[in-house]
Ligand binder design. Structure first.
Ligand code: 6PG
Length: 253
């Protein structure tokens, strides 16, 4: 698999990473709106993006043009949208409740659909509607934000998980995560790799081994270890950016 040009920005702290990531988001937002009148972004879940979303909510002038945003999610836990584990709830608290974004601009994974499979199907239908996709066509996000787990997972693409082992051409799949004993809904690597830009935000010492494994220059044919799912992220026609703090980037060669 050819690897796209990778850009790595290393900053001192997690707060610096959020600030650096915000500048990237705003650059891509301006480009997308100038070229297409809309900014289609898929948000990352977990805890790392919280300071970024808070910064976006309080961004000084020139403010983000939230009225042009269409917001999606890279993945979601199969919990109610007001559950403390919900990625939607995290984004609502840090961003949506604090900026002028209309509900119809927010496309959450419908975790109240009855099952992960039904939620994935409904979310895929929403993507098809929003991106006016032909059958089998993948959405092309302007920006997909991703975090990374210490095990090299990203979105809900976990090592050994069905979303990775059954490499799918679908945009969205339901997946059982054995280590968490939980159902998830996630964009597939295929959908992520169709994006114009993918931005990983990785902070903390616990991510250093995973980040090194993902950034290691060795070709995929040389590694004996299983390829971390985050390494399957390689935009087919786009840019791949990493923002990391010094702790997460400590082992990079
Ligand atoms: C999720 C995310 C997941 C996350 C990583 C890192 O739903 O949890 O999509 O891929 O980005 O697990 O999580 P932290 O940012 O909390 O370390």
């Amino acid at each position: 698999m050819m690897r796209p040009r990778v850009s790595l920005c290393v900053v001192d702290s997690a707060d610096d990473a959020a600030a650096a990531a915000m500048q990237i988001v705003l650059r891509i937002e301006r480009e997308a709106i100038a070229e297409r009148g809309v900014f289609n972004i898929a948000l990352a879940g977990g805890s790392t993006p919280r300071p970024l979303y808070s910064l976006l909510a309080s961004a000084p002038s020139p403010r983000p043009r939230f009225e042009r945003w269409q917001i999606f999610f890279g993945d979601e836990r199969m919990v109610p949208s007001d559950h403390h584990d919900s990625n939607y709830r995290m984004a609502r608290e840090t961003l949506f409740d604090r900026v002028p974004i209309a509900p119809q601009q927010i496309h959450r994974v419908p975790t109240d659909a009855g099952s992960a499979t039904l939620a994935a199907a409904a979310y895929a239908a929403e993507l098809q509607r929003c991106f006016a996709l032909a059958p089998g066509q993948l959405p092309r996000f302007d920006l997909v934000l991703l975090g990374m787990g210490a095990d090299g997972h990203t979105a809900s693409l976990f090592p050994g998980g069905s979303a990775v082992t059954e490499a799918s051409t679908l945009p969205v799949v339901a997946t059982w995560v054995e280590k968490l004993h939980a159902d998830r809904v996630t964009l597939t690597a295929a959908a992520i790799n169709a994006a114009r830009t993918v931005l990983f935000i990785v902070t903390g010492t616990d991510k250093a081994f995973a980040l090194r494994a993902v950034l290691t220059a060795e070709s995929d044919g040389e590694t004996q270890a299983p390829i971390p799912p985050a390494r399957t992220v390689a935009p087919t026609d786009g840019e791949l950016l990493f923002v990391a703090d010094r702790a997460a980037a400590a082992l990079r060669q």
